[in-house]
Design a protein around this ligand. Structure first.
Ligand SMILES: [Zn+2]
Length: 426
């Protein structure tokens, strides 16, 4: 999220483990928050129909009769009310814009995140723990102070810079996590005239090319670890589904398999999200290093559609599955956020076939490109990125400067494993 004054908000998501007593308290509070939301949403509608305006916070919270629903920190209750008014104004905005099928908020899911305001809801205790207050009756949950890392700079964000923390239950992962917002400053403005081209692919998620005074610098970012994660998930889910299909639908065993499937999917999702951040981090660093003000991405929209057409069908079952699970949208969004530079899409047809030296078209086979006309050879992904770079700069594919070398660097995006850095960012 970006504000006009150059301050950007980000949210770090930090998984937490709790003692069983706190774990149970957290569930009960999140469940009450869900009930409270539902109660307030019903009351708001009724009140609006009667009075022609929305109830104030005091009116809304004051009408709750069941004291159980209010059993949480005063600020957490207020946050539930505020979440409702936000949901109402979002619904009104969508209705105003003519979005179809919009409903006013009427019911929360089973659980709602529990919000803790800074200084009141949460605080750092003198002996260095994070205390989340659940109100008078339930006391507080004590946790080790989480490490929050600024996604843009990689620096640790001190607790002084955190905002309102939310304690959220991830249904699929079946874990609790803290969502900790923090402020960060807008990335520096880069040299607008410098262009970086990005070629997106399946094996190498992003290949970047820039032209320097003496060379075409190409960086290939390898995505092998993400493919391994997806492969593992697909295999595990398929095996579970096979077993599940032998059970009576809805039976206890069937539900057990269903839970296991969700857990496997949730785990993979976390890993992949991490991977997408790693890829975009590397691209953003390159953009900074080369003072890039324009990032041009070869437009691949349509590849997935074409794949289902007859011609490319021979790519086979496995290839198609990988294509459809491509995370380019997320990666592009992260690059834009991390650099503050908007991404431009241009047509990339024939970019992997055209020879950068003589512009004839070849059909590359394997990972290397070799031109049958002039003998030019290069890494196949580098060819795509260089061609996109030339088209971005000149509006068409143009032969590269023969006096400049092509320098190819390989980087690997490895998802972090659970251990040291536990925070990831959205
Ligand atoms: Zn050639």
């Amino acid at each position: 999220m970006k504000r006009a004054d150059g301050i950007t908000y980000r949210t770090a998501v930090v998984p937490v483990r709790m003692r069983s007593k706190d774990y149970r308290k957290a569930h009960e509070t999140a469940y009450r928050a869900g009930l409270l939301f539902t109660n307030l949403a019903g009351f708001r509608q009724e009140f609006y129909d009667r009075e022609g305006r929305d109830p104030s916070r005091a009116e809304a919270l004051g009408q709750v009769e069941d004291p159980e629903l209010l059993r949480m920190h005063a600020h957490s209750k207020q946050a539930v009310y505020e979440a409702l008014t936000e949901a109402v104004s979002a619904a009104l905005r969508n209705i105003g814009e003519g979005v179809e099928g919009v409903r006013m908020p009427h019911r929360a899911k089973n659980y709602r995140p529990v919000a803790f305001t800074r200084g009141y809801g949460w605080r750092i205790t003198p002996d260095g723990k994070l205390a989340l207050s659940l109100g008078r009756r339930d006391g507080r949950i004590l946790l080790p102070v989480p490490e929050v890392t600024d996604a843009r700079t990689g620096n640790t964000v001190p607790a002084d810079d955190w905002g309102e923390i939310e304690l959220c239950w991830d249904r699929d992962n079946r874990t609790w996590s803290l969502h900790i917002p923090y402020t960060t400053h807008q990335p520096p403005v880069l040299g607008l005239q410098n262009v970086m081209a990005v070629d997106e692919g399946i094996i190498n998620p992003m290949t970047c090319a820039v032209e320097t005074a003496e060379a075409y610098a190409v960086t290939v970012i390898n995505g092998r670890s993400a493919r391994a994660v997806k492969h593992r998930r697909n295999t595990a889910v398929a095996a579970l589904r096979r077993k599940q299909s032998k059970c009576l639908k809805g039976s206890r065993q069937w539900r057990r398999y269903d839970k296991a499937v969700k857990r496997a999917q949730g785990k993979a999702k976390t890993s992949l999200r991490n991977h997408n951040h790693q890829v975009s981090r590397k691209v953003a660093d390159l953009a900074q290093e080369h003072d890039t003000g324009t990032i041009t991405v070869g437009d691949v929209r349509g590849i997935e559609k074409n794949t289902r057409n007859t011609k490319v069908r021979r790519s086979g079952r496995h290839q198609r599955r990988r294509l459809s699970q491509w995370d380019r949208g997320d990666q592009e969004r992260h690059v834009a956020q991390k650099t503050g530079v908007g991404l431009v899409h241009i047509d990339e047809s024939y970019s992997t076939k055209t020879c950068p030296a003589c512009l004839t078209r070849n059909r590359p086979s394997g990972r290397n490109y070799r031109c049958r006309t002039c003998g030019f050879t290069c890494h196949r992904d580098a060819v795509g990125a260089i061609n996109i770079l030339m088209r971005a700069k000149h509006g068409e594919y143009r032969a590269i400067d023969p006096d400049k070398t092509i320098r190819v660097t390989y980087l690997r995006a490895t998802p972090l494993h659970r251990a040291p850095a536990r925070s990831r960012s959205t």
